[in-house]
Design a protein around this ligand. Structure first.
Ligand code: ASP
Ligand code: MG
Length: 426
């Protein structure tokens, strides 16, 4: 059996016809047996679909937005394909199916998360069709595979949990023989539950899809193709002098993503690390440059890495009966976090007070479950930023720790410095 290779291309890499042509070029140069290509929706399609879903769910008109999505795809296809190509019929059919799904009352009645999942992956379903047809047209024959037949999840809509065993069985059954013959193009971000309903893996989840497929097939490596040259020690938009890592240890990379570095989805590194599958991050703009490789490296360079997470909320929990903090109090908070799908980025305890820092999700104010309010008096402060510096030096400590930044919380270990603040000094 050939050992598969997994490539992932995100939305920015397929945002229009020129970009798709570029992806096809990158693939043509790297065309080989055993290649699985995971692709996101074109450009801002997922954001636009979210707007449409929100409107359709409350039965507001959405045709203007839908036309915008359709013309984005139409225009790309007009540049890529001859006028009589079958892709145009497919587009027409798929968009009328999308419209029917948006008007499906039964789906609406199943609740917002279910409704969302039955629609949002449309962007991926169509972008992969366009890419696959275009590659074939260019002479790079490949197959299209529905990722929902590969990735098995539970029914936790919008943030499905993977059934690894079933996923592995399905991947082996459906992909192994196909890959012996042709490369396969499939969608990121989506799987399905045991009732064959679509379940998505969380926004930006296509990187995670690449990792799931790689683990399930025992792939040689994963390559995530991005618009940056690799993994840098800070966001290049905020830190123009950020430097690129040639190589990075799994643990360091996992930590960076948990601290909020957006370069790869936080769930991606862990499964790859467990199976020791190297992860390459490379530029689709400069495909011949080396990028960054993430693997088992004990000697990776320990230079300061700065990660900034905006839109944080600080929850202060004061224990009502003034009992001393114990396991019970942590348990109550983590139980609530699990129920509400909160990600806790930092937690701190002192005597009768606990403080937790979370991402603000859809709503401006978090709704606190009753169970928490019974035990604690809870205060919320929003609009904060969490700065994390790994391998910090005195320089970062003075810069970020300054009083005028409005420091709300700080935490320091021998390797990592964190400040929650009102104003970020840049
Ligand atoms: N298209 C989805 C999103 O934008 C998934 C992805 O791009 O990874 O969230
Ligand atoms: Mg995207």
């Amino acid at each position: 059996m050939i050992q598969p290779l997994v490539y992932k291309f995100g939305g920015a890499s397929v945002k229009d016809a020129d970009s798709i042509e570029n992806v096809a070029k990158v693939l043509n140069t790297n065309w080989k047996q055993g290649l699985i290509v995971v692709v996101s929706a074109m450009g801002d399609t997922t954001d636009l679909l979210e707007e449409i879903i929100n409107k359709a769910f409350v039965r507001e008109p959405f045709s203007t937005e839908l036309e915008k999505v359709e013309s984005l795809h139409q225009e790309a296809c007009q540049q890529l394909f001859p006028g009589n190509h079958s892709i145009f019929n497919r587009l027409k059919n798929d968009f009328s199916k999308l419209k029917r799904t948006l008007e499906n009352q039964k789906f609406i009645e199943e609740g917002e998360a279910f409704f969302y999942d039955q629609i949002i992956g449309f962007g991926e379903l169509i972008s992969t069709r366009i890419l696959q047809e275009y590659l074939c047209l260019q002479g790079n024959y490949c197959l299209w595979q529905d990722a929902r037949e590969l990735i098995a999840t539970d029914s936790n809509h919008k943030i499905g949990r993977v059934d690894w065993v079933l996923t592995m069985q399905q991947c082996r059954k459906l992909l192994v023989s196909q890959l012996e013959r042709y490369p396969v193009i499939t969608q990121g971000f989506m799987g399905s539950d045991w009732l064959n309903h679509t379940v998505t893996l969380g926004r930006e989840g296509s990187d995670f899809t690449a990792a799931i497929l790689a683990v399930s097939l025992g792939a040689k490596s994963v390559t995530i193709w991005k618009d940056v040259s690799g993994i840098l020690n800070g966001d290049p938009d905020l830190f123009p002098d950020a430097v690129k890592f040639e190589y990075l240890d799994f643990e360091e990379a996992a930590e960076m993503t948990y601290f909020g570095a957006k370069v790869i989805h936080p769930k991606t590194v862990k499964p790859l690390a467990k199976h020791k599958i190297p992860l390459y991050v490379k530029s689709f703009v400069e495909p011949s440059s080396t990028g960054t490789v993430i693997g088992s490296f004990q000697d990776d360079p320990r230079i300061p890495i700065t990660v900034i997470k905006k839109n944080q909320v600080l929850l202060t929990f004061r224990i009502r009966d003034l009992s001393r903090i114990g396991g019970f109090h942590f348990e109550e908070i983590f139980k609530a976090a699990k129920q509400q799908n909160w990600t806790i980025n930092l937690i701190q305890a002192s005597a009768v007070t606990l403080r937790a820092v979370l991402d603000v999700m859809d709503k401006p104010r978090l709704v606190l479950p009753k169970s928490l309010q019974e035990v604690f008096v809870v205060e919320q402060q929003a609009n904060l930023s969490l700065v994390t510096v790994k391998n910090y030096t005195q320089d970062q400590e003075s810069k970020y720790g300054a009083k005028e930044n409005g420091i709300r919380l700080s935490q320091k270990s021998p390797t990592t410095l964190q400040y929650l603040m009102e104003k970020i000094p840049l």
